[in-house]
Design a protein around this ligand. Structure first.
Ligand code: ADP
Ligand code: MG
Length: 233
């Protein structure tokens, strides 16, 4: 699903240049649940933004579902991003003046889907995340965990092949984090490919594979021995 080779990224500020990604290679197959770990400033978000086509690498190649991303023009890239990728952020990024339902329906609006179908689809995803009864509430009436559930429903609404989550539990307490991760595991169980950036080892342990970033390179890439069947008994 994802294949990156020799990815490099630097940020330039005035005379200074910061080499953040120094030759990243990795592949993610369809249906994987992968976490990208690393300390603050190690380049996790930079990598995820490139994978999410929100930013571009300076060097290297990126194939998403077999398509070389660099070669796409802006318009096609935007369409491709909307179709293939769903995003979840630490700060939820919900629109405050829209209801939960309308937040979830928004990506469908941009895809030109008619109102009735938008509402039906959005409602079905709110049900999926356990928030059917909160459809008409606004974000400020929801708890952090509920907000992230709405954001997950929104990310799923356009049925993306890959979900990219940047510190999805970063603003949540540990119990709520665990519940959100269980929801993410369930979505992965249905076959969806998911990448999660986190600096929390407990969160990474709830994925199936941990990729460790340090000083701009991957220093470890290993399968997780899944203990989740036992961990919530
Ligand atoms: P992480 O998500 O692992 O905390 P980031 O990818 O956000 O790390 O950042 C990696 C490094 O790049 C940090 O030192 C950060 O300050 C720097 N950085 C990130 N984004 C920018 C930017 N747009 N311009 C300049 N420097 C940046
Ligand atoms: Mg980050």
């Amino acid at each position: 699903m994802i294949e990156i080779k020799n990815l490099h990224k630097s940020y330039t500020m005035g005379k200074n240049s910061l080499h953040v990604l120094k030759g990243i290679n990795f592949e993610v197959a369809e249906g994987e649940l992968v976490s990208i770990m690393g300390s603050s400033g190690s380049g996790k978000s930079t990598l995820l933004n490139i994978l999410g086509m929100l930013d571009e690498a300076d060097e290297g190649t990126y194939h998403l579902d077999g398509v070389p991303i660099k070669d796409l023009n802006e318009k096609i890239a935007a369409r491709y991003r909307n179709k293939f990728l769903g995003f979840i952020f630490q700060s939820f990024n919900l629109i405050s003046y829209k209801s939960a339902l309308d937040n979830v329906a928004l990506p469908l609006y941009y895809q030109g889907i008619k109102r009735k179908e938008r509402v039906e689809t959005a409602m079905s995803y709110l049900e999926k995340v356990g928030l059917a009864n909160w459809a008409n509430h606004h974000p400020n009436e929801l708890s952090g965990g509920q907000k992230q559930r709405v954001a997950i429903a929104r990310a799923l609404a356009s049925n993306p092949k890959v979900l990219l989550a940047d510190e999805p539990t970063g603003a949540l307490d540990s119990k709520t984090s665990y519940e959100v991760m269980e929801l993410i595991q369930g979505i992965n169980d249905e076959g969806r490919t998911i990448l999660i950036v986190t600096h929390e080892p407990d969160i990474a342990q709830m994925t199936k594979r941990i990729v460790n970033l340090k000083d701009g390179v991957i220093i470890d890439d290993s399968k997780v021995n899944q203990v989740r069947a036992l961990s919530h008994v």
